[in-house]
Design a protein around this ligand. Structure first.
Ligand SMILES: *[C@@H]1O[C@H](CO)[C@@H](O)[C@H](O)[C@H]1NC(C)=O
Ligand SMILES: CC(=O)N[C@H]1CO[C@H](CO)[C@@H](O)[C@@H]1O
Length: 464
């Protein structure tokens, strides 16, 4: 080949190289400058910019002012978080690892948004924005192969999912239609289950819902919007009552495990409780606010509420950076209020937080963005932080009925963690009990519990 055309064609290449090189240099410089200007950019683990406590004061959402103040900065922030997302993606491809992680349930192709255990402990239901509900066989979380059932949510996706107390139905909340849909679950001959769409409830809320539940006594269903309208339903989809939560905006609404109370929280610095009352013949009578069971003491909005197994303890997590544990086993009908028991500080960023209380009320787990923290309710102290559990925010968390595991949904997976903190707490409380006078049988049982817990912790490579 002649060398002349080569020379000609080299020109633009060289130019292009120089041009690209310069561009990269300018970009890198600009990024460095931006990082210095706003040190928190990119520290958000949610793909959102990190947020200091003070900037979160506006209803826990992104401050609009901040976003519009400089379009240029915003678009750069976006670029930066995109880069970080890519980095995180690479990290999550390799997979999240942690010694406390027992298993991950994989099957959803979209974000898992909610999950619920069946009362018989045999099934776990989860829903995601991939328009599916999965039912998982919960037998032995450590085994790899697991039966699951995939239920399609037609033309929509479910944001909330719950089991009926008899384990014969799954109740889902359709996002676009903003209404409840019931799926009948039937046992098949092979021992596994099948699902069939049964019916849908009428739409009752104008905005997204933040909570849905069904009472363990099977008497009512509850839905609550992100505004202040909370609706109680019978199981056929007839409205029993509508309650104004008077919370300005509501972030959480749950039915207590005993099936008697509805607790909701939101913008105001306390969670409110209502009792749902039925007459002797089982007819709905009324829903009544119970001020004695107000969970107060926070200085800012309450994000989430959790219960122990028999509703004798409730816990709250607030935007003020603290959690609070209450003894709710009180004679509220005689005017006795809840007893405040413990508080602790969680040190996590995020515009929202979720809380889970272990069945025996010894452990609190808090999730904000994609981080987790475990606390002992005996000391109130932080036991462990697990960071970057997923790429996106944690959407739900709770303990299984045995208290052995903490389940966390985020991204496309459900992660199951050993309740290591719980074992440590068991040792502490058993030792406390041993200090008191005990029968020799109790003493033996406590010593046995300590031994078993210590063995478990030793095998996990944990201190105790
Ligand atoms: C409430 O839900 C509506 C959608 O129905 C949404 O536009 C609005 O931003 C939500 N409000 C809050 C405070 O989350
Ligand atoms: C808080 C809690 O439920 N802890 C439990 C963790 O798991 C151990 C072993 O099953 C239990 O003994 C603890 O009670």
């Amino acid at each position: 080949m002649d060398s002349a055309p080569n020379k000609v064609s080299l020109g633009p290449t060289v130019l292009l190289t120089i041009f690209v090189g310069l561009g990269v240099a300018v970009f890198v410089f600009f990024i460095k400058w931006i990082k210095r200007e706003s040190p928190r950019v990119g520290s958000g683990k949610d793909g959102k910019p990190g947020k200091s406590k003070s900037s979160g004061e506006l209803s826990g959402k992104h401050s609009k002012k901040e976003q519009t103040s400089s379009a240029k900065t915003a678009s750069l922030k976006k670029k930066l978080t995109e880069r970080e997302n890519r980095r995180n993606n690479r990290a999550s491809e390799k997979g999240f690892r942690h010694p406390w992680l027992l298993a991950s349930l994989k099957g959803h192709t979209g974000r898992v948004l909610d999950m619920d255990f069946a009362a018989n402990g045999k099934y776990l239901a989860s829903c995601g924005d991939d328009r599916t509900i999965f039912v998982w066989d919960t037998k032995d979380f450590s085994q790899k192969d697991r039966r699951s059932l995939r239920i399609n949510v037609e033309y929509d996706h479910a944001t909330h999912v719950k089991w009926s107390p008899d384990c014969k139905a799954v109740i889902a909340h359709r996002f676009n239609d903003n209404c409840i849909e019931i799926f009948k679950i039937e046992k098949k001959k092979d021992g596994w289950i099948s699902a069939n769409k049964a019916f849908t409830f009428p739409k009752a809320h104008d905005t997204d819902i933040v909570g849905m539940g069904i009472a363990t006594n099977g008497k009512f269903i509850m839905t609550c919007s992100n505004k202040t309208d909370l609706v109680l339903w019978d199981l056929k989809g007839e409205k029993l009552a509508t309650v104004d939560t008077f919370l300005m905006s509501t972030t959480c609404a749950k039915i207590s495990p005993c099936g008697r109370f509805v607790v909701a929280s939101g913008f105001t610095p306390e969670a409110k409780t209502w009792e749902v009352i039925f007459d002797k013949s089982g007819e709905f009578k009324e829903v009544k606010s119970v001020v004695e069971l107000t969970l107060g003491g926070h200085t800012s909005g309450v994000y989430d509420v959790a219960f122990d197994v028999d509703s004798s303890h409730m816990a709250t997590v607030s935007k003020d950076g603290t959690w609070r544990l209450f003894d709710t086993n009180v004679n509220y009908k005689q005017g006795q209020g809840v007893r405040f028991e413990k508080t602790g500080k969680y040190e996590l960023d995020g515009s929202n937080a979720l809380i889970a209380l272990s069945p025996n009320s010894e452990v609190i787990a808090i999730a904000a963005a994609n981080d987790l923290q475990f606390f002992s309710t005996f000391t109130g102290e932080l036991d462990c932080t697990i960071e970057n559990v997923a790429e996106g925010s944690i959407t739900a968390l709770f303990f299984d009925a045995s208290g052995k595991y903490l389940l966390v949904s985020a991204d496309k997976q459900i992660k199951i963690f050993h309740n290591v903190t719980g074992y440590r707490c068991s040792i502490v409380t058993a030792k406390e009990k041993l200090k008191e006078h005990q029968t020799s049988a109790t003493k033996d049982r406590l010593l046995q519990l300590i031994k078993e817990s210590e063995t478990f912790l030793k095998n996990m490579g944990e201190i105790y």
